[in-house]
Write a protein that binds this ligand. Sequence first.
Ligand code: FES
Length: 371
Amino acid sequence: MSEDSENEEKKAQASSEAESQAQTSNEEKSSTETISISPSAPQPQKPKTTPMIGKPIGTPVTPRPTSTPIVKPAAQTQTPVVGGPASTPVASRPVGTPVVGTPRPSVGTPVGTMGPIVGTVTPRPGIASLAGVSAPGGAPKLPPSKPPESKVEVSRRNFIKGLAIVGGLVAVGSFVPLFPYLEASVGVGTATPDLPVVVNPNVAQNQLVPLKPADVGSLNSIDPNSSYFQYPYIVGNTNANADSFVQCVLIRMPAGFNGEGYSVTDTSTGDQYIAFSRVCVHLWCLWSYNTNDPRGPVGACPCHGSTYVPGSGTYPKTPSFSNQAPGTAVAGPASLQTPPNNMLPIIQLTIVDGSFHATGRVGVVGCGQKC
Ligand code: FES
């Protein structure tokens, strides 16, 4: 072998060894290289390593060091790949930087920011204190005008006024002395101090002509032994004198009858007289005295037939009527009522200067004797 051929073999061997070393170095680099990508600066893409296809089995592959963590920050996903237009890094939007572009219309008034008020601020009704306060625009506020009332409101107000007036009248009327009128209607059993006369019913109203015993049974009564009169009698008040509850009857007692203390005797004739309320104690009809009744001298009510006796006496045709107290109901529904509702109220009489005077009442009109 020549010296030249030896040199060529050495060069070939050295070249082969150099290639082998370079290949080995590249393999080690590719296997042990740690991925380290800066999140802030894009890294140029490294050439892909040649896959180890066809590598002879048994060639040791340098494992990745386990201690080296693969740091892959979240920003890496946003890191574009350099090399194309799509890989241009998108600059993150700094906080507080206004968005460039067409701003969205704001909804409502920003908090703390108030734009100018356009127009006139209309104050709410009833807020009169705002009158005179200038609006931001400079225009003075007008005093609030009173809204017009509806018909319903006017009607309600008039109704309330009417109630107030009626209530006031009732309150005032409660203090008006109505006693004389009430007494004229229902009466009380109190003797008047001046011994009012029993007004002669045959004389015109408003003339205090006393009734005398000789006048009993004349003109105004259907019976010759009785006369109607009013007690109490109110001069000039024809309505009160016409009230049923003041209607009375004065009776000349039949011979042999006894008034048991409620009758008055005319000393000039010896006749006895007694007076009753004409209001039936049953249902308040006006009864009348009739000495011509077939049963005897009785007071008869035309409504339901209640019958009263003028005094204690004898009734030959109706013995059950005998010996009953004056004014006792002896027949009809009033006789079925329990005492004192079965007896007529009695008007107490006296004779002064030849004429009758009423001194009081025994019982309550419409109720009964001694009620
Ligand atoms: S009202 Fe007189 S009997 Fe009935």
